[in-house]
Each structure stands twice: as C-alpha cells, then as structure tokens.
Design a protein around this ligand. Structure first.
Ligand code: G3H
Ligand code: 13P
Ligand code: ZN
Length: 317
C-alpha cells in the first residue's frame, strides 16, 4: 500500500527513522520489498533522476506498481530523490509519488528558498509533501561535485528561517555525511551537536540524513578479493549512530551506496567462482536474497523493524 510520506513521518518522529532506499531495477525492488516485509518495516522507495533515465520512468514506476501488487501487505511511500524543479513538477503531476525532494542547496540561500517555495506550492496543491536541502554534503550528488573540504554543515538559524520561508515539510541537513563510499578519511563522524542545535530551532520537524551508507569494510574486502579495486580508505557512517540521531529529529535515512556494494560483491564473487556461467539469473537470485537480508538488518539499526502494525493502526485512525 502506497501511503503519504507525512503519514509515515508522523508515526516515526522521535521514535525511529524510516529507511529510504534507492532503486534502479527489478532485482533491487524484489529484495527491497522482501527485506522490508521480513523485518516488518514501513519504508520509502526512492527514485533518482539517474534511475528515471537509466530504467526509463515508465519502467521503474511499473516495477514499483508490480511489487505493490505482489506484496499488498507492504506499507511504503514513493519519493523523488534529489529532484530538480522540472523533474519535481513531472512527479507531482504524475500522481504516483508520495513526496518529492527539491535539491536547490547548491544555489544561494534566497534562490534555494524561492525554488523550494515554488515546488511546495505545486506539491501541496496535490497533497504531496516536499523535502528540501540546506547546507552542502560532500561527495558526488548526481552531476554536482562538491569538494569535501568545502562541504558546509547546515546552519541552525538558517535552517529555521529556510523552513519558515519555504514551507517545506522536511529538511535534508548537512551534518557531516557525504554521498558515495568515501565519506570519512579518519575518525570523523556525525555532528550530533549541530543536529541538536537544528532540532532546538525546529522542534518536531522531520530532518533527513542523506549519505547514510555504512560502507562495511567486510564488503569492500570481499569485492577486492574478487577482483575489485575499491580503495580501502572507503568509509561510511557507523550504523550504530542512527539510534542517537533519531531522538534529535532524524526521521528519514537515505541509503544507496551500500546496496550497490552488495550487488558488486555478489556478482564479482559469482563470476569469479563460476567462470564458465553466463546466466545472469544465478547471481540475480543471490542478490535478491542478500539485498533483502541487508535491508532487514538496516531496519533493525534504524528502529523501523517491527513497526508495521503500529503504522497500520495509525493509518487506520
Ligand atoms: O544521492 C544520490 C543517490 O545515491 C542516487 O544516485 O543519482 O547515481 O542514481 P544516482
Ligand atoms: P549513500 O551514498 O551514502 O548511500 O547516500 C544515498 C543518498 O543520500 C541518496 O539520496
Ligand atoms: Zn542524497
């Protein structure tokens, strides 16, 4: 059942974070739905502009519709990840999305407000909620490169002003994470002090943590042992820190890179061990099962596992 993102946030705020997982193909969809059902978790399916281009908008949306038919007991929202204005309008008009992200964080503050406000007006007219972003995450964000050294943490006063002026429903904040596999070069972690300051100024307002993959060292090692060349300097977010971020207002946690690592590990190991095989359904089947276990594990860390019944009860009210 597709639900609104705001309904999920209303149940989750301060208690658990909803996992927001990017998908690009059928195998990811099968693993994603299976993993969330196995762990009895509500979730958010995210589609990036890159995914819409890669799979074709009609195809990726049809995959989600099919997954919903196969698993009618799943409770999830459909979200546009890192949208620009044009794509956000496209998704709002399509009637399929629960929420859209407008990412204008690379623009100056006033322009970010103006763009976000325009999207909010169009989205709210259709009952769709809007995630905006303020501050800059390091790493690679679609086609925008941000030097990690210049990554800017979100300013708490600006965050409150931004929400007031733009009318957005949730805010992606920069608190030390970045996209991709190379988030931290040393012992850096999440900036909880900054997060607490933001929450103080925006009480009860859902905050979103992008760039939340953990980049498990075990996964990197297995990929490299099977012929990969991922630098071992690759570091991610300590998944045990999600529980500390939740009471500070983090309600949505975005994970994509970790899923790509699972895919890469499964396929590299499969073809290393079975060099004569060429039926892609072999590794595909293993990937679906491994991805499902990965999702179930993440949901335990996010606190969303085992929440399906209470979400259903809240939705029924
Ligand atoms: O934050 C970006 C997400 O990981 C989506 O990546 O734009 O390559 O689909 P993508
Ligand atoms: P990761 O690259 O850490 O998986 O972040 C994904 C993300 O933020 C999607 O919007
Ligand atoms: Zn992101």
């Amino acid at each position: 059942m597709i639900v609104t993102t705001s309904d999920l946030f209303a149940v989750a705020y301060g208690r658990f974070a909803v996992g927001a997982y990017n998908i690009n193909n059928m195998e990811q969809a099968l693993g994603l739905f299976r993993g969330n059902l196995e762990s009895e978790a509500p979730f958010i399916v995210q589609i990036s502009r890159g995914s819409r281009k890669y799979a074709n908008v009609k195809m990726i949306e049809a995959i989600i519709r099919a997954a919903e038919e196969i698993h009618p007991e799943a409770v999830f929202a459909v979200h546009l990840d890192h949208g620009d204005e044009e794509t956000a309008y496209d998704c709002i008009e399509s009637g399929f999305y629960s929420s859209v992200m407008i990412d204008a964080s690379h623009h100056p503050f006033e322009e970010n407000v103006a763009i976000t406000k325009r999207v909010v007006e169009r989205a709210h007219a259709k009952g769709i909620s809007v995630e905006a972003e303020l501050g800059m995450l390091g790493g690679v964000e679609e086609d925008i490169q941000v030097d990690e050294k210049h990554a800017m943490l979100t300013d708490p006063d600006e965050a409150a002003e931004f929400v007031r002026l733009s009318g957005c429903d949730s805010l992606a904040v920069a608190i030390g994470t970045s996209h991709g596999a190379y988030k931290f070069s040393g012992r850096q972690g999440l900036h909880f002090g900054r997060l607490a300051e933001i929450q103080k100024r925006l009480p009860d307002f859902p905050l979103v943590m992008h760039g939340s993959s953990s980049v498990p060292q075990s996964e990197v090692k297995r990929i490299n042992a099977a012929g990969g060349e991922i630098p071992t300097s690759a570091r991610g977010v300590d998944e045990n820190e999600f529980a500390k971020a939740v009471p500070l207002g983090v309600t949505k946690v975005n994970i994509d890179t970790d899923g790509r690592l699972v895919w890469t590990r499964v396929h590299r190991e499969f073809f290393r061990d079975e060099p004569a095989k060429f039926d892609f359904r072999g590794p595909g089947k293993i990937f679906v099962a491994e991805y499902a276990s990965f999702i179930a594990h993440k949901n335990q860390k996010l606190g969303s596992a085992g929440r399906l019944e209470e979400v259903r009860a809240a939705l029924a009210k």
